[in-house]
Design a protein around this ligand. Structure first.
Ligand code: SF4
Length: 285
């Protein structure tokens, strides 16, 4: 447990400034992500150096299709998330703060990547924003050892911490979960606008960016919403930025919904291409 970055102290509470929730946290209470706790009016990161999962993945699995293709990446994660998406594939670790973890220092992460011939480290599976300090220290060490750093993120992070962290990040795959404020509010307990700002900020920093939209039948896959998304995408991220549409499978609190029809994925691909997006990829099929 280490003191968290990006918070302010008040008389009887602290306010976390890491992500757009700006949680006001009283003594002995947790933020929405369950990964940061106020202890005697100091905010602590609870998941520093505590990994809940680690694996060696092909980089294409992140998915990143246009960054160091054919290489292996070491994926690491720690408990917690600042969104509560009802279809989360990793809810056992993203929505929990008492699942088993194991000590894994930043140095050990880097050593493991090197000894397994991984060219990069990916902060993934849960939300890297909520293990910010762990990612930051590991990414700094990774850089010194000629490893690349990758985030797979929901993009829900404030600009200042983003700029500090992303000066060490080489590539990112950011979820754009829908193009609707009400969708983000109802199904993710978050909001769309900060995610759009993050996408633009990452692009402006010159970091390799790919974007993923999971198509969920009836919730975010209407043609009008996809057209709005693609129009914004082209105007703000450009036609060269890769866009992944991935297939939904019933999961967690969304078991009542059907899997995405492959025909719908192809229609989404055609919509994106009609807006001039050059690299459109379909996933989970
Ligand atoms: S990082 Fe966690 S504690 Fe901080 S504002 Fe976001 S949800 Fe709240």
């Amino acid at each position: 447990m280490i003191e968290a970055k990006y918070y302010k102290q008040f008389n009887n509470h602290v306010q976390c400034h890491l992500c757009p929730h700006f949680c006001v946290i009283k003594n002995n209470e947790l933020g929405k992500c369950k990964a940061r706790k106020n202890i005697n009016n100091k905010l602590y990161s609870l998941n520093y150096g505590k990994s809940c999962s680690m694996a060696i993945d092909p980089i294409e699995k992140k998915p990143l299709f246009h960054f160091m293709p054919g290489t292996k990446t070491l994926s690491v994660s720690a408990l917690g998330c600042n969104m509560q998406c009802i279809w989360c594939q990793n809810w056992q670790i993203s929505q929990s703060n008492d699942t088993n973890t194991y000590e894994l220092s930043p140095q050990k992460v880097v050593d493991t990547a090197i000894s397994n011939d991984c060219k990069s480290i990916s902060y993934t599976y849960t939300e890297p924003t909520v293990f910010y300090e762990y990612v930051l220290d590991t990414a700094k060490l990774a850089k010194k050892n000629n490893l690349k750093n990758i985030t797979v993120s929901n993009g829900y992070i404030n600009k200042k911490p983003l700029e500090e962290l992303y000066s060490y990040i080489d590539a990112a795959n950011i979820d754009l979960k829908s193009f609707s404020e009400s969708f983000y509010k109802k199904y993710c307990n978050a909001s769309l606008k900060p995610v759009l700002e993050t996408l633009i900020n990452i692009k402006n920093l010159g970091i390799h960016l790919e974007v993923t939209t999971l198509l969920i039948p009836g919730l975010n896959d209407s043609s009008s919403e996809l057209k709005n998304l693609c129009k914004w995408f082209v105007n703000n991220l450009g036609k060269e930025t890769p866009l992944h549409f991935t297939r939904f499978f019933p999961m967690y609190k969304a078991k009542h919904l059907p899997p995405t029809d492959i025909i719908r994925l192809k229609e989404a691909e055609n919509i994106a291409k009609s807006f001039g997006i050059k690299n459109v990829h379909l996933g989970n099929i």
